[in-house]
Design a protein around this ligand. Structure first.
Ligand code: ADP
Ligand code: MG
Length: 302
């Protein structure tokens, strides 16, 4: 009886929001949709996207080109409007640009005329934050990503992987709680890409940021994530979410683990199903329909 009273008390006093979200959730997507209206007509990019990202979690959005992954990230950052449903960060609905987050894109977009430290410290100037400890923090970040000795080099003097490390530092400069990464290793060669994935694992384990990571590599998604959200195209929606409960800390060798292979297989099947569905939809529609886009999905172990 006492237990029942205790449970009722807990239920009444708990700060859990409604709708299946829990108090550990940091970002929640509830019935999110996006309709683009352009001169060429309307594009329903996303429909009824619902999932949650817990604080400190590493969550990957996995799916083919065109299934709305970038759109979802941009809506999360508040730089693209939401046309239906809600996105909440720390229980606050996103309705404009979000300050406390970092973004990393496929290309590092560094300022050519600034050196490594100058690029990393840029967000402080843009957000007009105090600089007092800025140089010290930038130096710590440089050390964390293994760029010590390159502080005063210019982007043109750095390899693609090094430039992307600078972009990661720049995103972490304001110490955001949330990091959004849109195919950050997509422009790198395969070996550098593998190396950067392991590097990101280490950074995440050190910083405990909440990361939402867009990729079309199944291998990357399984290696890095706590949870993978598989998106299916046209309109983009959640096909499957899979908790990747492989032990941490993880290393590149985890790829040879039987359970890793099983997770990869499961994700690949979900993507293939989405692809088949899309192809059969395209067959039923007029020629020249959007189904002609390259899929861009990497179903090998990249
Ligand atoms: P992904 O990142 O998964 O490749 P996107 O979010 O870039 O997908 O795009 C999803 C869909 O929305 C695509 O069909 C794309 O053509 C369309 N789209 C993206 N941005 C715009 C825009 N600004 N105007 C119209 N359609 C857009
Ligand atoms: Mg994209």
């Amino acid at each position: 009886m006492a237990d029942a009273v205790g449970a009722a008390h807990d239920a009444l006093t708990s700060d859990q929001p409604p709708g299946g979200a829990t108090s550990t959730d940091m970002v929640t997507y509830h019935g999110v949709g996006k309709l683009y209206e352009s001169r060429r007509g309307e594009v329903l990019a996303l429909r009824d996207v619902t999932f949650a990202v817990e604080r400190g979690q590493f969550v990957s959005l996995l799916g083919q080109s065109g299934c709305g992954k970038s759109t979802l990230l941009k809506m999360t950052a508040g730089v693209t409007g939401i046309t239906s449903g809600t996105i909440e960060i720390d229980s606050r609905p996103v309705d404009g640009p979000v300050d406390d987050l970092g973004m990393v894109f496929q290309t590092p977009v560094l300022l050519e005329w600034r050196d490594v430290l100058g690029n990393i410290m840029l967000p402080l100037e843009i957000l007009r934050r105090r600089h007092d400890d800025g140089a010290k923090r930038a130096q710590e970040l440089v050390e964390m990503v293994g760029l010590t000795g390159f502080e005063h080099r210019y982007p043109a003097e750095l390899s693609g992987g090094m430039q992307q490390r600078v972009a990661i530092c720049r995103a972490l400069m304001i110490d955001p709680q949330l990091l959004l990464m849109d195919e950050p290793f997509g422009a790198l060669d395969a070996l550098t890409r593998d190396e950067m994935a392991v590097e990101l694992l280490r950074i995440w384990e050190q910083t405990h940021k909440t990361i939402i990571f867009v990729t079309h590599s199944i291998d990357e998604a399984v290696l890095l994530s706590d949870k993978v959200v598989v998106m299916s195209p046209r309109p983009g929606t959640v096909a499957l979410t899979v908790d990747i409960d492989l032990p941490r800390p993880r290393t590149a060798d985890l790829r040879y683990d039987q359970r890793f292979v099983e997770f990869s297989h499961r994700l690949r099947s979900a993507i293939e199903q989405g692809r088949r569905r899309r192809d059969s939809d395209a067959e039923g529609s007029a020629p020249g329909a959007e189904g002609q886009q390259p899929t861009g999905i990497n179903i090998g172990t990249s």
